[in-house]
Design a protein around this ligand. Structure first.
Ligand SMILES: *Cc1c(COP(=O)(O)O)cnc(C)c1O
Length: 392
């Protein structure tokens, strides 16, 4: 690459992806292989020994995502939750405590409460959009503060730099789930985060054809006893084995190449959909950090390049109307997940967030969540407006 620091898309297209030395292939091959010929015992070519430990296609993805997040080292996993699990096991010990966001991704919350907690790690819940709430949730044994921003599904915004300060003052590490923003819109490490996690299933992959996760560690982060956090996570990745397979790694790597152009279009389309929703009499609230009256707007404007493709809104008429709206669109597909090229609509209370009903993370029943895709925006606006006109 050139001597100046390459821009985002140059890194997305080239980092970790030198043309193949034997053939010149411009795209890293899918190394669909489990083991590697050794040149004499222990004579590894390029360090490859067995594909759980390392595989060249996965290495390409790991180097690329680390370059995009500005980290020291990246790791690719079989899913976002597999990556989160590795982070928690690598950085926590029984007796430790974590601070969890009040509207965390449901699966993340389940990991904390049903997997990590029985293992002896306590948690308390903080409204991460409010730094004082995070400060109040921190205890002497707090080792990790976990932040998602924007949050799911209410699009709350956490001030990463301010929370990093509070976290570090308490001697803890800050983990940011950057799935909703993507590495293109937000760079948590530059704002003080120690670890970034992604469900690459979402915007990084971007085409709803792969489940994957990534973890990126900031330079020089240490954990219990001064151990390198990156080394600990590398150890757990290999020891637990929930790695991304070669084809999955290749799909995410391909997705990353177009991340910048896709995100621009997701944002353009989301802005137009938000404008229609704001004007619609059947919509009682619209949650989008790009709106000047959104409580996190100023922070989002400071720490994000644009405001993203996720939108949620509440409808007049309550839970049944919201559920019905989700079921009657033609272009918007009723489904869980997010971040793909196709627009998705869902009812959090009965779908993605059904598992947190009755907890501190419960979401309003009249809420609808949109993952705005990159189709022609007029089709998206018209489809949704028609259904809202009819049902609200
Ligand atoms: C989907 C998602 C996850 C979990 O990732 P998987 O790939 O489904 O395991 C974690 N955090 C957020 C914000 C997500 O949207």
């Amino acid at each position: 690459m050139t001597s100046q620091t390459p821009g985002f898309s140059t890194r997305a297209i080239h980092a970790g992806q030198e043309p193949d030395p034997t053939t010149g292939a411009v795209v890293p091959p899918i190394h669909q292989v489990s083991t590697y010929k050794q040149d004499g015992v222990g004579g590894l070519r390029g360090g490859y020994e067995y594909s759980r430990s390392a595989n060249p296609t996965r290495t390409a993805l790991e180097e690329c995502i680390a370059a995009l997040e500005g980290g020291e080292r990246g790791f690719a996993f079989a899913s976002g939750l597999a990556g989160e699990d590795a982070v928690l096991r690598a950085l926590l010990r029984p007796g430790d405590h974590v601070v969890v966001p009040s509207d965390a991704y449901g699966g993340t919350y389940r990991l904390f409460t049903q997997v990590v907690e029985p293992w002896g790690v306590g948690h308390s819940v903080a409204a991460v959009a409010d730094v004082d709430s995070v400060r109040a949730a921190i205890r002497p044994e707090t080792r990790l503060v976990w932040v998602e921003t924007p949050t799911n599904p209410l699009l709350g915004v956490a001030d990463i730099a301010a929370i990093a300060e509070v976290t570090h003052a308490a001697g803890a590490l800050l983990v940011v789930d950057n799935t909703f923003a993507s590495p293109y819109l937000q760079s948590p490490i530059a704002l003080g985060a120690d670890v970034v996690v992604h469900s690459t299933t979402k915007y990084c992959g971007g085409h709803s054809d792969v489940v994957g996760g990534a973890v990126v560690v900031a330079p020089g982060v240490t954990t219990h006893g001064g151990a390198s956090a990156a080394e600990r996570i590398a150890f757990y990745q290999n020891a637990m084995g929930a790695v991304a397979g070669p084809f999955d790694a290749w799909l995410v790597l391909r997705g990353l190449k177009t991340l910048a152009v896709r995100m621009e279009r997701h944002c353009d389309n989301a802005e137009a959909v938000v404008e229609m929703l704001r004007a619609h009499p059947g919509v009682t609230a619209v949650h989008y950090p790009g709106l000047p009256d959104h409580p996190g707007h100023e922070v989002a404007a400071r720490q994000m390049r644009r405001f993203g493709g996720m939108v949620s809104f509440r409808v007049r008429g309550g839970e049944d109307v919201a559920a019905k709206v989700c079921g009657e669109t033609q272009v918007w597909i009723l489904g869980e997940s997010l971040g793909g090229v196709e627009s998705l609509i869902e009812h959090p209370a009965r779908m993605t967030h059904a598992s947190v009903a009755g907890t501190e993370l419960e979401v309003p029943g009249d809420l609808v969540r949109l993952s705005v895709g990159i189709e022609d925006v007029d089709d998206l606006v018209e489809d949704l407006r028609t259904v809202l006109d009819r049902l609200t």
